[in-house]
Every structure is written in C-alpha cells, then in structure tokens.
Design a protein around this ligand. Structure first.
Ligand SMILES: NC(=O)c1ccc[n+]([C@@H]2O[C@H](COP(=O)([O-])OP(=O)(O)OC[C@H]3O[C@@H](n4cnc5c(N)ncnc54)[C@H](OP(=O)(O)O)[C@@H]3O)[C@@H](O)[C@H]2O)c1
Length: 284
C-alpha cells in the first residue's frame, strides 16, 4: 500500500497520521513522543487542542529531522478573519517551535451556528492562508468541517484552492455528498474520528467483517476509509494500539462489503455540525 497521497500541488501527505486531540492529559509530551517512536510521521494538532507546545517539544526531543515529519495545525473558529488568523498562525508556529507547517487548516467554517458574516470571515482567513503559502511558511492549506455550501463562497474569491478538507468520517457517518464534491474539486479528504471515537468499534457488522478479513476492528475501520482514498488520523494512547493503527494490512475489502458498509444507517455521529449548535450527544 502506498504510504502517501499526493495533494493537488504535488506535496506528499502520509495516508495515516496520529491525531493528538486529548492524547495527553495536557501535562506533557510523552504520548506524542511515543507516537513518533511507533513510526508516525504525520501529526495532527490544532490551536484549540492546547497541546501544540507538547507536540513541538516531542518533535524536538525525538531527534527526527523536521522535514521528515508532516505537521498539521488549525486556526480555531473564534479567530476567523484576516488579522486574527495571521496572529493565530504565528502563535502556532511559536508553540510548535518551527518556522513552517506542512498543512494549515481553517478548523470550522463558522464562529457560531448563528453567525451572519461567516463567509466574509472565511474569505479573510483564506487570504491570510494564501499569503503564508506564497511565503512558503506552509506547504499546503485547507479547511476542516466545510460542507459544499461553505466551500462555494470561499472558492469564489480564492486564488489557491483548498488542498485538504478534514471531516468527521467513519463507518456510519460518511458525508457522501461532501466527499464527492471534494473529489470533483481535487480536494483531498482526510478523516477525523476515523474510529468514531470508539462508538462504532463494536458494531456487530464491524466485528464480523474484521474477523472475515483477519484484521482488528480498528484496522478494518481504517482500511474502509483508506480504500476510498481517504487519509486517516486516528488517536491512540498505547504503543500497541498506535502500531496496530499504523500497520493496516494491505488486504482489499470486497466491493460488495464496501457497498454494504456505505449503506448502513447513520451511527456513531459525534454530534458536531458546522450549521448547528453542539448536540448534547456522545461527547466521550
Ligand atoms: N477537525 C476537527 O474538527 C477534528 C475533530 C475531532 C478530532 N480531530 C482529529 O482527529 C483525531 C482522531 O479523532 P478522535 O480522537 O476523535 O477519535 P478516533 O481516533 O476515532 O478514536 C480514538 C479512540 O479510539 C481508541 N482506539 C484507538 N486505537 C484503537 C485500537 N486499535 N483499538 C481499540 N481502540 C482504539 C482510543 O483509545 P485510547 O486513546 O485509550 O487508546 C480512543 O478512545 C483527533 O485526535 C484529532 O487530531 C479533528
């Protein structure tokens, strides 16, 4: 299995990365260092995770050359708009102890569900991202949690098209319309919560199929996404799980099984939607 996907600008992005949201108890960098020792070379963080300092320290302490690590961060939704995004980016660089990022994303399209000026704010932020990109402070730029109707106004004024859209995607929540839209526009899709934050790990159909393909349920869930050319950033806390998620067997899932999984009714949604106030479900 290829280790990388090639983005529309030619940058190579690992297909499997390590998600750092809540990966530490907020007090040190040991878990991120363990992920690097396990072999991860893509780390997904964000200003909102409040762990960029630990991620930066883990990279430094690992001794791995910076250019061997694909580092992603994101600007939080309260910092949308040209000036605020510029400031947030510089602060992320400082906390991460680096002078460039591999990927920088707008974390959510709206500051709140009832925002009236979100489209202008996104356009302002995007202008800032385009500047970082042309100054080579970031190798690729993109968005997260953007549905087609959020991407449309952004594309109207963009000079550089988003290269990545990071979305909640897993068995039971596949956001087909958005994934299809991104594919048509050449935007690489990346899955957050690819294991549904454990909510879909024990679904009977997942257990049954994982056994059929001789994979762990987590590996099977990741393979289901990878086989659709979707990158994944699972989070795990032990070396054993980290390695398991990185070493997804190269066994092709039959088309009939893929189809069946894609047709499942919605299960395991995390309860976050860019146009709605946070649902009080499943916050684990
Ligand atoms: N862009 C966004 O808005 C957004 C939102 C949410 C998350 N994300 C990104 O996506 C990353 C991953 O998402 P997530 O952390 O929400 O959920 P996830 O990766 O789907 O699931 C993580 C959960 O699965 C467990 N797990 C991991 N590997 C396992 C295995 N092999 N077997 C059994 N259980 C396993 C973990 O347990 P242990 O930790 O106990 O091992 C943890 O409880 C985040 O860390 C973050 O980087 C982005």
């Amino acid at each position: 299995m290829e280790k990388y996907f090639t983005l529309q600008n030619g940058v190579q992005m690992p297909r499997i990365g390590y998600g750092t949201y809540k990966c530490t108890d907020g007090s040190d960098e040991r878990v991120v260092r363990m992920a690097l020792e396990a072999g991860y070379r893509m780390l997904d963080t964000a200003a909102a995770y409040k762990n960029e300092e630990y991620v930066g320290r883990a990279i430094k302490e690992s001794g791995i050359p910076r250019e061997e690590i694909f580092l992603t961060s994101k600007v939080w939704k309260t910092e949308l708009g040209y000036e605020k995004t510029k400031k947030s980016f510089e602060e992320s660089l400082e906390r991460l102890q680096t002078d460039y990022l591999d990927l920088f994303l707008l974390h959510w399209p709206k500051p709140s569900a009832d925002s009236q000026d979100w489209a202008e704010l996104d356009q302002g932020s995007w202008k800032a991202l385009e500047e970082f990109y042309s100054q080579k402070k970031v190798r690729a730029i993109g968005v997260s949690n953007f549905l087609p109707h959020h991407l449309e106004p952004l594309l109207e004024t963009a000079n550089v098209r988003p290269m990545v859209n990071q979305l909640e995607l897993h068995v039971g929540y596949m956001q087909e319309a958005t994934v299809q839209y991104c594919k048509e526009k050449g935007i690489q899709v990346q899955a957050w919560s690819p294991l549904g934050r454990r909510r879909v790990l024990e679904e009977p159909v997942v257990l049954e199929m994982a056994q059929k393909y001789d994979m762990s349920p987590a590996q099977f869930l990741l393979k289901f996404l990878l086989q659709q050319d979707i990158c994944v950033v699972p989070k795990a806390s032990s070396m054993e799980r980290m390695r398991q998620n990185l070493e997804v067997p190269d066994i092709r899932i039959l088309e009939e099984d893929m189809y069946m999984l894609r047709c499942l009714p919605q299960i395991g949604w995390g309860g976050e939607h860019p146009d709605l106030s946070r649902m009080a479900v499943c916050d684990v």
